[in-house]
Design a protein. Structure first.
Length: 605
């Protein structure tokens, strides 16, 4: 009964505080941390059992490292090793060097300073991924750069965890080259086992139609790897990471991910919940100015180094600023390294408690800083685009947005010898276009001043291809009001977007993936037995019917004046299926009617 009550407290508090934190901070991670802090001994003291907290922390670290290993992409890291070392490696090295120097000046303890500097240099993998997912920036240039940095940091953190026992002052007994050789041999052996045991086992289940046993096989792999690590005295966290990595390297990764995904947030949340339970507010109460100043200094150092190095390498203000604010905090990798250092008796308890609080504070500060940069600072930076002088060539075609959609259009125009201008803020290396006689403006497309700088006043044809629906609508509305005679071709993300654009009076609209889908559908009809000509006729009839549905759809633009207000996609899909005529049936019925008329005897008067 004594264990059941704390669990009930944990579950109830989680259900209350985590949704609140997700609403205001766009992240469940901070909700779990705050929940643990409130329930711990520093605030309400509802859960003070140190043994329970330690067990929850150990279990949480294992589960966190498993999911980090499952998301790790060693091949991607290896392919981009040069660019990642050039950017992420230099950033991490510079931040570590600065933090170690500061720590040594203050404490005169080199070993503690190195551990603290390394731990604080790492960023929060989970918090950053949740922020990027919330802002739909995972697939942007900025999101890919941040993800690459996090992958590199995970790789370095795993190496540090493996090397901890080699420190002379640690409490464990594994030392020397033999231990390091054991790690290399074990990792090599596990990957051989993955190739010759794990993958064949998955294929065996698939051949015998026993996919329901995949969870059992996955659990067997995880426990076996952790047991092997324990037998040869390698840290259990390395085993959890390698177990996740082995499962993600199989061809059944999608099936495994489908099984474990529902548990991912809860498992990672358990780690942050346990960390929150173990946090002590004593350092903050004793030296509030010192703790707050340390948090601020940490964020400034990390943001400053990342921004400076990123801007030096890419010359892209927006990308550098976003990377700086995103990677400025410390996170779960810091917590893990600090916990290991504390368990190995490398860090004094007072330094450990203060540093854990600094890491927590930097994470709390991140959503506020992220909002401030996106809402206030970036608009100010991106406004400062020089207006073109008279000697800069002005082209009659302006492409707004240079993603995958705009790039195809630009290549087609270039192939015909057409000169054009491009404006985009997410393609920092696209200025090579200028050597072919085109013009590239690296600026925010949503700013009116930047459109003028790109030459919209001289433009006869504007091609709007940006991905964000709201930005696209705002730009289309501005163009219709201020440039009514300008020919505008607009990319629509889906039918909803096409409806909204049509309501603004935009007549030249291309729905994304629509034509490609029709081409594939036409080939599918050919594969089912129709001739090329007949399949083309059927698809043309479908296009005409779909266009009529798009024009006649019963949802009015005045009622749904924003993309969020539209009925959901499934409701619209149901409407489309209900109103789609079966073209083949109509054709067959028509042929049957003609045949019947031809076979019936002529009536005579």
């Amino acid at each position: 009964m004594s264990l059941l009550l704390p669990i009930i407290f944990l579950l109830a508090a989680t259900l209350i505080f985590v949704p609140l934190a997700k609403r205001y901070a766009a992240s469940t991670v901070l909700g779990y941390l705050i929940t643990g802090l409130l329930l711990g001994s520093s605030v309400f003291a509802l859960i003070t059992d140190t043994q329970l907290i330690r067990q929850l922390t150990d279990l949480g670290m294992i589960m966190l490292m498993f999911f980090i290993g499952f998301a790790f992409r060693p091949r991607h890291l290896w392919i981009q090793r040069r660019s990642i070392l050039k950017s992420s490696g230099v950033q991490l090295g510079a931040i570590t060097l600065i933090l170690v120097s500061i720590g040594f000046v203050l404490s005169q303890d080199l070993l503690s300073s190195i551990i603290l500097g390394l731990a604080l240099a790492f960023s929060s993998v989970t918090l950053i991924q949740q922020l990027l997912h919330q802002k739909h920036q995972l697939n942007s240039t900025f999101g890919q750069s941040a993800s690459a940095s996090l992958q590199f940091q995970v790789f370095i953190a795993i190496i540090l965890i493996a090397l901890f026992p080699l420190l002379e002052d640690t409490a464990t007994t594994q030392h020397g080259i033999a231990y390091f050789a054991a790690i290399i041999a074990t990792v090599s052996g596990l990957f051989l086992a993955s190739r010759y045991l794990v993958r064949p086992a998955f294929r065996f289940l698939a051949r015998h139609h026993s996919l329901e046993l995949i969870p059992i096989l996955s659990l067997l792999v995880v426990l076996a790897v952790i047991l092997i690590m324990d037998i040869i005295n390698i840290h259990v966290l390395i085993g959890a990471f390698l177990a996740g990595l082995l499962l993600t390297e199989t061809e059944f990764k999608a099936e495994v991910e489908r099984i474990i995904h529902p548990f991912k947030d809860a498992a990672i949340g358990l780690f942050f919940l346990a960390i929150g339970l173990g946090l002590s507010l004593s350092p903050l109460l004793q030296s509030p100015l010192l703790i707050l100043a340390s948090i601020l200094i940490l964020v400034i150092i990390k943001a400053g180094v990342v921004a400076a190095i990123s801007y030096y390498q890419h010359r892209h203000a927006k990308l550098s600023t976003l990377l700086a604010v995103t990677l400025a905090q410390s996170g779960e990798l810091s917590f893990i390294l600090l916990k290991i250092a504390e368990s190995e008796n490398v860090l004094a308890s007072n330094i450990f408690e203060s540093t854990m609080l600094i890491v927590f504070g930097s994470m709390l500060f991140t959503p506020v800083l992220y909002w401030l940069v996106n809402a206030k600072i970036l608009p100010m930076i991106l406004k400062k685009v020089p207006i073109p002088t008279e000697d800069v060539p002005q082209h009659p075609i302006l492409v707004v947005g240079f993603g995958r959609f705009g790039q195809v259009i630009a290549r087609a125009l270039h192939a015909q010898g057409k000169q054009f201008s491009i404006i985009d803020s997410n393609q920092p290396d696209a200025d090579f276009m200028q050597k072919y006689g085109h013009r590239f403006v690296d600026a925010d497309v949503t700013q009116v001043e930047n459109l003028r700088a790109a030459g919209i006043e001289y433009c006869k044809l504007l091609i709007l291809t940006i991905d964000d629906v709201e930005d696209s609508m705002n730009l289309a509305r501005y163009l219709r009001l201020n440039y009514p005679d300008l020919t505008v071709l607009v990319r629509a993300r889906d039918r909803h977007h096409a409806h909204l654009l049509n309501g603004l009076g935009i007549r030249h609209i291309w729905r994304e993936t629509y034509l490609s889908s029709l081409d594939m559908a036409q080939q599918a009809l050919i594969e089912t037995g129709l001739s090329n000509e007949e399949a083309q006729i059927q698809i043309e009839q479908f296009k005409q019917q779909d266009l009529q549905l798009l024009e006649q759809q019963h949802w009015s633009h005045s009622e749904y004046d924003s993309i969020e207000a539209y009925p959901n996609a499934i409701a619209e899909l149901e409407y489309l299926f209900e109103n789609t005529k079966i073209i083949t049936q109509d054709r067959v019925q028509g042929e049957q009617t003609k045949q019947s008329d031809a076979n019936s005897p002529n009536e005579t008067s």
